[in-house]
Ligand binder design. Structure first.
Ligand code: ZN
Length: 318
């Protein structure tokens, strides 16, 4: 899909599997996202608690995007009154994901369980889910945050808004050097008609499982998303429906930013050009910097005044 230069190398890709188990009674999606969460940390300069929040939300977005089709995509927004303010992650059906936190420099003392305190960094607020299914209007849903730890909040959203009782586990382990050492998660969903004993058995197994970030860390560089959920699959028949790479990718381009500038109108562009040269714009999602010299803003101002010219302006095919 993404064939231009700068395609992420394989070692920067995560991995996702979609599994159907127990005679089709259980759907499990599992992902190891260590390289893509590290990419987000590096691009945005995220501090550890922010890294955990962004990484968990990115992983949730990827898990939920895996059941979309073609060019559909999903955006998750956690909006809270904590120091992160808001965290946003967007993933496509082809498992390209991008994310950011409004305040990247958040690091709080560890919580009582010795873990990064994502709940406190998020605070009280809500989880918003926006699905772009290629229809006229995107589908929007929202629930109040139940814990701010994100996995529980996503599971709550799935149960309440989509009538899809699910277990969601998400984890990010940040190393002593601040880098992402392990990240990933899984989504277990019993299908309608799944036997109660099977659901009870899964609940017990979930209760006995070690945290996902620790399991991924123990597996090392070759961490396999099927192995991640091995304790759930043990003794069950299962089929891997899909195994695919996950990558950090932002589709922003200079041309898209220019289109946004043109939309500001000629007067505003001239006013900006008279105050700053060059003007620096940053993509919120990938932190890429775009510089526009004042003379370019003035060209765009002329374009804004005469939009029909765009059709004959050979240098900027739209
Ligand atoms: Zn971008």
């Amino acid at each position: 899909m993404n064939v231009q230069a700068g395609r992420p190398r394989a070692d920067r890709q995560g991995r996702l599997v979609r599994v159907l188990a127990a005679d089709g009674h259980l759907r499990i999606v599992s992902a190891v996202t260590t390289p893509v969460v590290e990419e987000a940390r590096r691009r945005h300069g995220l501090w550890p608690t922010a890294t955990a929040a962004v990484g968990r939300l990115m992983t949730a977005a990827v898990l939920m995007a895996s059941i979309l089709k073609d060019d559909q995509r999903i955006m998750l927004q956690v909006v809270g009154d904590g120091p992160l303010r808001h965290v946003v992650a967007e993933a496509t059906a082809s498992l390209q994901v991008r994310a950011y936190a409004a305040e990247p420099r958040v690091h709080l003392p560890l919580n009582d369980h010795g873990k990064l305190d994502v709940a406190r960094a998020v605070g009280k607020g809500s989880l918003h889910v926006i699905r772009d299914l290629g229809l006229k209007e995107p589908y929007r849903g929202a629930v109040p945050l139940v814990s701010g730890e994100i996995a529980e909040d996503v599971a709550h959203y799935l149960a309440v808004s989509e009538q899809s009782p699910s277990s969601v586990a998400l984890g990010v382990l940040v190393g002593p050097d601040g880098r992402v050492q392990a990240a990933g998660g899984f989504w277990l969903m019993p299908m309608p008609g799944a036997p109660d004993e099977l659901i009870g058995e899964m609940e017990q197994r979930l209760g006995r499982m070690a945290p996902v970030s620790r399991r991924i860390d123990e597996m090392g560089a070759d961490a396999d998303p099927v192995a991640l959920v091995a304790p759930l699959l043990e003794g069950l028949d299962y089929r891997v429906l899909q195994a695919a790479p996950v990558e950090f990718h932002c589709p922003c381009t200079r041309r898209r930013f220019e289109a946004g500038l043109v939309a500001l109108g000629a007067q505003e562009l001239r006013s900006i050009a008279s105050e700053q040269d060059p003007v620096e714009l940053r993509c919120r999602f990938c932190n890429r910097r775009y510089l526009f010299p004042a003379r370019r803003l003035l060209e765009l101002a002329r374009r804004a005044e005469r939009p029909s010219l765009r059709l004959v302006d050979g240098s900027e095919p739209s």
